[in-house]
Design a protein around this ligand. Structure first.
Ligand SMILES: Cc1cc2nc3c(=O)[nH]c(=O)nc-3n(C[C@H](O)[C@H](O)[C@H](O)COP(=O)(O)OP(=O)(O)OC[C@H]3O[C@@H](n4cnc5c(N)ncnc54)[C@H](O)[C@@H]3O)c2cc1C
Length: 405
């Protein structure tokens, strides 16, 4: 290992590789190296998107794209204008990795393999002569007397003119930054599912349904598909809520009441009116056995039973109170959430380097010249759909622009 570089990048993940490759492509004369603590690089890319790597999102509207970032929306506006989703797709296509967008907007490699992204990065790093030092857990970094960054690993001390931190949600690096004088926003998990110890609900596992969900007594709400799992609730609607509610739900220690609206398109009064009309339309029909509002048999029976309606009760016989109960149940089932889980989903950490202390034209620290950040090390995170990687790509590309000859 050479001991002085123009640029040392700590962290061999998505942001680290993207930064290194873009810098060297633009300025091959610079010496750039990556230090990675584990023996393997790009581990999260490998497992991302269920092994397919959801690289970015097709969302065509710039304003709407930014709305997917609970933290970072304002700061990423400028950077995305310079290197956004279109540029990302082009970047990969030009380097031999064609991407395809699914109907839901998520971009994946045409190969459906995250390995295509990894191979592209490794090939490029080799071609561009970017050394990758694995097993190098950075223990400390500081500016020395010669105003160079001195980086310490258990095996080496390396000196560099510039330092790029792409260490994701690594606590050790955040602590070092805090010691150095940067402000850290306390990390909290994001993109998790909710544990609900309710056996009757868990028996419904596998059902996905479009709902709106709300945290009781808070202004936190989201819409989309909700998936019933064997431990509670997941799916896009829940993950979105976990992202927007990352801080508040952490404060509540993941104990709160969740309200689920199973018919978000219809107001409560309409639901009740429609059920009341069934008294005339289908007086002899068993309520339990005849799904209404497009519900499946299983889900309808679950909700009707939850409203306290017995199997034999028909529309002619049902009391006004019970019918109101049913309308309320369809409109607002309350669940007691008790803890959180991550399962297969992409999970990220909210919190990190305070965005006020970063210049988003270069991704450089406002406090320490020559110190740069990209990816999850910053207090930026997004909901699922390829938006988290987009943050890593954009940050890396912006840094590389700062090193153009
Ligand atoms: C299961 C899963 C699936 C996901 N799927 C997707 C997806 O499909 N699409 C999407 O957009 N997002 C996805 N994400 C989120 C995405 O993976 C992250 O947002 C992204 O990896 C962040 O990139 P990064 O380079 O900032 O950090 P990381 O990828 O976490 O890389 C940081 C690197 O720094 C290294 N490092 C840390 N500390 C040190 C140290 N002290 N010294 C040296 N090296 C160090 C780490 O070992 C790591 O290799 C997923 C996340 C998970 C967990």
């Amino acid at each position: 290992m050479q001991h002085q570089y123009h640029i040392i990048i700590i962290g061999g993940g998505a942001a680290g590789f993207f930064t290194a490759i873009n810098i060297k492509e633009k300025n091959p004369t610079l010496s750039v190296a990556i230090l990675e603590k584990s023996e393997k690089v790009l581990s999260k890319v490998r497992i991302s998107g269920g092994g397919r790597c959801n690289v970015t999102n097709n969302c065509p509207d710039a304003q709407l794209f930014l709305k997917h970032y609970p933290r970072g929306e304002k700061e990423l506006r400028g950077p995305f204008q310079r290197f956004g989703n279109k540029e990302t797709v082009q970047w990969f296509v030009q380097r031999g990795v064609p991407l395809k967008a699914q109907d839901d907007g998520r971009f994946f490699p045409v190969s459906n393999q995250s390995e295509s992204i990894i191979q592209c990065f490794l090939d490029k790093a080799l071609q561009l002569n970017i050394p990758i030092f694995t097993g190098q857990s950075v223990l400390n970094f500081r500016k020395n007397e010669a105003h160079l960054w001195e980086i310490t690993t258990p095996q080496n001390t390396i000196v560099s003119e510039n330092l790029v931190l792409t260490t994701g949600s690594n606590t050790k690096i955040w602590n070092l930054l805090e010691k150095l004088g940067h402000t850290l926003v306390t990390p909290t998990p994001s993109l998790f599912s909710f544990n609900i110890p309710d056996l009757k609900l868990q028996e419904m596992m596998g059902i996905a349904w479009p709902v709106s969900v709300k945290i009781k007594d808070e202004s936190l709400q989201s819409e989309g598909n909700m998936l019933i799992t064997h431990w509670g609730l997941s799916g896009p609607a829940i993950l979105k809520l976990s992202a927007w509610g990352s801080k508040i739900l952490a404060e509540k220690q993941y104990h709160f009441n969740l309200e689920v609206n199973w018919i978000p398109k219809l107001p409560y009064e309409e639901v009740l009116k429609d059920l009341n009309q069934n008294r005339i339309r289908f007086p002899k029909r068993s309520i339990l056995k005849n799904p209404h509002f497009g519900f499946t048999h299983r889900l309808w029976e679950y909700l009707v039973t939850k409203a306290g309606i017995q199997e034999k009760v028909n529309y002619a016989e049902i009391s006004k109170t019970l019918l109101q109960n049913l309308a309320r149940q369809l409109h607002q089932t309350t669940y007691e959430v008790n803890g959180k889980s991550t399962f297969k989903d992409e999970f990220v950490t909210a919190g990190g380097v305070d965005l006020k202390e970063v210049n988003f034209k270069t991704m450089e620290s406002k406090h320490f010249p020559g110190l740069y950040f990209a990816g999850e090390v910053l207090d930026i995170d997004a909901i699922t759909g390829g938006f988290n990687f987009q943050n890593a790509w954009t940050g890396g590309w912006i840094i590389s622009e700062a090193f153009k000859p």
